[in-house]
Design a protein around this ligand. Structure first.
Ligand SMILES: [Zn+2]
Length: 472
């Protein structure tokens, strides 16, 4: 772990550093971070008492309620449901109670295939879907298909088949059928022992995560031959016995109204996600996935920004503080927020999401954090010009830009990007992502170094823009 000389950042008075004391809330110079507050947020949010803040569980609500209480204390106004900070969304957890089937309509008897025999599931967003078959050759790929088609992708090159399958899904296929090799087909029975689990979705949304309707099935080599002989347009239906259970997920949302009416339609949204993986499979006797880095650290950062901005003179721009539920199961909280924002989306000029700032990334300089999708907009470079120790994401192959809440907003046009210092550590999504692995010197320095650039942003006329081709 890289150690940062936090006291050298000049954001904490040298006297405090020299004394070696942890400054308490109220003892820090105005506009500086509060080291004790950062530690206190982490110690509560990442504690075993919160049981890993499982997505859409009462533990997530406890985290949201804690955040709401802090926002109240900091002088941030509520912007959730019914005059409070909490925003509640209904989620639906679908579960198969028996193996699903594929039914193929033919002139004679319909063909019925069973999950784990003739096909398995790669990815599902729905428990029922159907459409006319459309055959696409991955070696001679076409991009135009009728939306709602069930696309069978054939070809000789596995990589090309995979690529075509993905492009067909985004071109509007309701389902994509990919042939398995003989070896893969031999493992179907084993894979079929466990029923597929469609992702949890928001009640008012058709698809799964981010409204996606991606369904990809793998069919046995034998079944693929049968499909290849069917006339184009033959109706194929997927479905099985399933239950749908409703529960809730919670966001905490606050707002600090800006003073400059000329900037009334250019608010800044600072966000992070409250939830993590909850209680899960034990590793070395520990079954609590505390998520101290992912993403108690991001929530802590947003709370610190709220505290400082709430205490100082009111900013010119309106600032929204949103802490989202159910990020880990498909960015559901941020999608709900996007559909129920406190201001119209086109009045939010920028969104900065904070993810995993609790440890330093050895891939960048010691006192630096990075921004996902750096080259997509002028937001990162402009923040860097104004003092942020911010560079481009050094792990572009990880596609982090699309892997957090910012993406739900970016897809609707908001210049929305994530700031992080996640160095691909081995405790990611493990019970060991706990407080003992947080590098507080780094975290204090990271949050501290972003304070002044954020204060500049919320008081500036600068409206970030997507670069050409940068908008997703
Ligand atoms: Zn995260």
């Amino acid at each position: 772990m890289v150690l940062i000389r936090f006291c050298a950042t000049a954001l904490v008075s040298t006297a405090i550093c020299n004394l070696g004391q942890v400054p308490g809330p109220g003892t820090e110079p105005p506009g500086a971070i509060c080291v004790a507050c950062i530690r206190a947020h982490e110690e509560f949010l990442a504690s075993d008492a919160l049981r890993g803040r499982g997505s859409a569980t009462p533990d997530e609500l406890t985290a949201a309620t804690y955040v709401a209480a802090q926002l109240r204390q900091y002088g941030i106004d509520p912007a959730g449901d019914d005059g409070g900070y909490i925003q509640r969304a209904t989620v639906v957890r679908q579960k198969f109670t028996g193996p699903p089937h594929l039914r193929i309509k033919t002139k004679a008897e319909p063909i019925v295939w069973t999950y784990g025999k003739e096909f398995v599931v790669y990815f599902l967003s729905q428990t029922q879907f159907s459409g006319p078959i459309r055959k696409v050759d991955a070696d001679k790929p076409e991009t135009k298909i009728d939306s709602g088609s069930m696309v069978l992708v054939v070809g000789t090159d596995r990589a090309k088949i995979r690529k075509t399958a993905m492009s067909m899904a985004s071109a509007g296929a309701v389902g994509v059928l990919v042939p398995a090799t003989a070896q893969e087909s031999a493992r179907f029975r084993e894979r079929g022992k466990e029923l597929p689990t469609p992702p949890v979705r928001l009640e008012d949304q058709a698809g799964g995560s981010s409204g996606s309707t991606l369904n990809v099935l793998q069919v046995s080599a034998q079944a693929a031959k049968v499909l290849a002989r069917l006339p184009e347009g033959t109706k194929i239906t997927f479905g099985g016995p399933a239950t749908a259970e409703k529960s809730y997920t919670w966001n905490a949302v606050g707002i600090l109204h800006g003073t400059d009416s000329a900037l009334a339609h250019a608010a800044v949204l600072l966000s992070a996600h409250l939830d993590h993986l909850g209680i899960g499979r034990p590793v070395k006797g520990d079954n609590i996935y505390n998520g101290a880095d992912d993403d108690a650290s991001g929530v802590t950062a947003v709370l610190e920004f709220a505290r400082v901005l709430g205490a100082g003179p009111k900013p010119r721009r309106t600032v929204i503080f949103a802490l989202f539920g159910s990020e880990e199961i498909g960015v559901l909280g941020s999608v709900y927020f996007r559909e129920h924002p406190p201001l119209p989306l086109n009045e939010i000029a920028a969104n900065l999401e904070f993810e995993m700032l609790g440890r330093a990334d050895a891939a960048v300089k010691a006192d630096t954090v990075w921004l996902t999708g750096w080259e997509r907009s002028n937001l990162g470079p402009t923040l860097a010009e104004h003092g942020a120790h911010l560079v481009g994401d050094p792990h572009p192959d990880q596609n982090f830009f699309t892997r957090s809440d910012n993406y739900a907003l970016a897809r609707k046009g908001v210049v929305a990007q994530t700031i992080s210092s996640y160095g691909l550590h081995g405790d990611y999504h493990q019970p060991s992502d706990d407080i003992s692995h947080i590098d507080f010197d780094h975290m204090n320095a990271a949050i501290g170094s972003l304070l002044a650039p954020i204060q500049w942003l919320v008081n500036s006329d600068f409206t970030p823009k997507w670069n050409e081709g940068g908008r997703p």
